[in-house]
Design a protein around this ligand. Structure first.
Ligand SMILES: [Zn+2]
Length: 591
């Protein structure tokens, strides 16, 4: 018999502790302490309470918990002395069925890992969907993490333990994140389409209007129809647009969506999550035969990443009338113009102006997106409410000093161009940190034609500065440019700067941000707010209507634009639930 939250909330402390037995390997104290936080609103709430207990328990207790875990395919498995939970997990991952080579490989990894870190390797082997990693995936993760920093690796083990517990909790309570699985499966299936040159290597790359890109559009449009959208079409720039009609004709629509193109060798969730979450919500409404007092328009944007052509945010740009006709003459690496690519895809270039939306017909725009950063993952929090999409500015810089003999030029007589930029980089690091939520990066720094025995006479560099408001970005920029001037004067070098990009902040509309906050709180998930360091389609819609975004935690320290990008079907389920909650709020408000 599966447990219920009501039973857990109303039981005596001892009985409740008994109910949660076996969650943390040989460590019942975590669940026992977390029970002091009862009543729990949801399993996510209980989960977070247990994360908090462990994060406050101190390093010795954390290490004790890690060391209470068996090795993967280790001695305990062979001698059949694993706990029932571990036996189930290791069997599901196929670890009880290793070839002699696989077994030997894993034993070697176990030994190397233990020698380096002093504790066993912990991996939630049932994986992001709960169905189990395959052995190769396990070995790959093992090899990758063997190179980790010990402090990071300790935290990664704890996060994997929490994930193991999350799945064990689902089993205990008979919970399946069905819609999360659905979203996860759509993403897996869509990732079967990848551009030539990448597909062969098992990498995901979908750039504007390639065969793979058009196949994605077809698949998304079919899935939208299956979900019960009333109208589905591929528009003049390749966006897939699904409309779920309101209860009464003429009512406004909620606009939502994200992009389906990817960077080269990218992840499966970036953009696509924001298409499939609203699709799952519409599927649910359709199955319940439910109409809302407003319609839902979900758009799978054809292009956001600027990979094949220089133009970026082309899909969402077209919706606000910001599609520049000169873009049609841009050429890809093979010399194919955008116009030719669009004609080849059967898109009608002349119709592009017609897809500009009238903001008066919309309530606003919401977008869900994988965080693409490490913040939620580090905080053990599945959802984050976005406060603003950061303002940004970029420069290309050039410092000129004097190239001189590295052996004969005394330190105090040098005019070293690279040291000037290095000094600026260190200043930027602490200046941005002072704000707490600004970021400043010198991503390119090179000495043209440098030699090992020559003091750098020139240095080329880039600046990328971002902050949640324009004013904060401007102050950061002012300080950094002033510092550059001071450094260059003192060092007797001079510099040139060219501004290459400037984008205004897109702060979330307060009333829309609050809707996400209410939704997250209602799920029992702790409210966590953060700015978006990356640009998103919502930035474009921001120019014509109120917008607010919700972030979903990424696994593997939130890595993105990388095949390791990942999130779990449990987190996606929470996201679908939060989106549904926002729909219900809007229904109440507009009824
Ligand atoms: Zn994206």
């Amino acid at each position: 018999m599966a447990l219920t939250l009501e039973q857990l909330n109303s039981a005596s402390h001892a009985d409740a502790a008994q109910m949660l037995d076996g969650l943390y390997e040989h460590s019942p104290w975590i669940a026992e302490q977390a029970l002091n936080e009862r009543p729990f609103k949801s399993l996510a709430h209980l989960n977070h309470a247990m994360c908090e207990v462990l994060s406050h328990a101190g390093r010795d207790a954390q290490l004790g918990l890690i060391r209470a875990h068996p090795e993967l395919a280790g001695k305990a498995m062979v001698s059949k002395t694993l706990t029932a939970e571990s036996t189930n997990e290791q069997t599901k991952a196929g670890l009880t069925d290793c070839t002699p080579e696989e077994f030997a490989k894993i034993q070697q990894l176990n030994a190397d890992y233990n020698a380096k870190f002093g504790w066993p390797f912990i991996l939630a082997v049932r994986g992001p969907r709960g169905a189990g990693y395959n052995k190769q995936q396990i070995i790959d993760a093992f090899e990758r993490r063997l190179h980790g920093h010990p402090e990071f690796e300790l935290q990664e083990c704890l996060r994997n333990i929490h994930r193991i517990v999350e799945i064990r909790l689902n089993d205990k309570f008979g919970v399946e994140p069905t819609l999360g699985h659905q979203v996860w499966d759509w993403q897996e299936k869509l990732a079967e389409h990848s551009d030539p040159g990448f597909a062969e290597k098992g990498q995901l790359t979908v750039t504007y209007l390639t065969d793979a890109h058009r196949a994605c559009a077809q698949r998304i449009s079919h899935w939208m129809k299956d979900c019960g959208f009333d109208e589905v079409e591929i528009d003049a720039v390749g966006n897939v647009v699904g409309r779920y009609h309101p209860a009464t004709a003429g009512a406004k629509y909620l606009l939502t969506g994200s992009h389906y193109d990817t960077v080269r060798n990218g992840g499966k969730y970036d953009g696509r999550l924001g298409i499939f979450v609203p699709m799952a919500c519409v599927q649910q409404l359709h199955q319940q035969g439910k109409r809302l007092p407003f319609g839902i328009e979900a758009v799978a944007f054809a292009e956001e990443e600027g990979q094949r052509y220089k133009a970026t945010f082309l899909g969402s740009g077209a919706l606000i009338g910001d599609f520049k006709p000169e873009w049609l003459d841009q050429k890809d690496a093979d010399g194919i113009t955008m116009r030719a690519a669009m004609q080849h895809a059967g898109l009608c270039v002349d119709d592009i102006p017609k897809i500009q939306r009238d903001p008066a017909q919309y309530l606003g725009f919401v977008e869900v997106h994988i965080e693409q950063g490490p913040v939620l993952n580090a905080a053990n929090i599945p959802l984050g409410v976005v406060t603003s999409i950061n303002a940004s500015v970029r420069y290309q810089g050039h410092v000129v000093g004097t190239a001189s003999h590295a052996g004969t030029t005394p330190m105090h007589l040098r005019r070293d161009a690279a040291c000037a930029v290095a000094e600026l980089a260190l200043y930027m690091e602490q200046r941005a940190a002072k704000d707490g939520d600004s970021v400043a990066t010198i991503g390119q720094l090179n000495v043209p034609n440098g030699s090992i025995n020559v003091v750098p006479g020139q240095c080329n560099f880039s600046l990328d500065l971002r902050a949640p408001t324009d004013a904060q970005r401007d102050a950061l920029e002012r300080d950094i440019l002033a510092k550059l001037q001071t450094i260059c004067e003192r060092r007797g070098v001079h510099y040139q700067l060219e501004e290459t990009m400037r984008a205004a902040a897109a702060p979330s509309a307060p009333e829309w941000q609050i809707r996400w906050e209410r939704a997250v709180s209602a799920l029992g998930v702790p409210l966590f707010k953060l700015p978006s360091g990356a640009g998103h389609d919502a930035m474009k819609l921001h120019e014509v209507m109120p917008q607010a975004m919700l972030f979903v935690r990424g696994e593997n320290a939130g890595i993105s634009h990388n095949p390791l990008e990942s999130t779990t079907s449990d987190d996606m389920q929470l996201c679908v639930d939060a989106f549904t909650h926002v729909l219900n709020q809007l229904a109440t408000e507009t009824a």
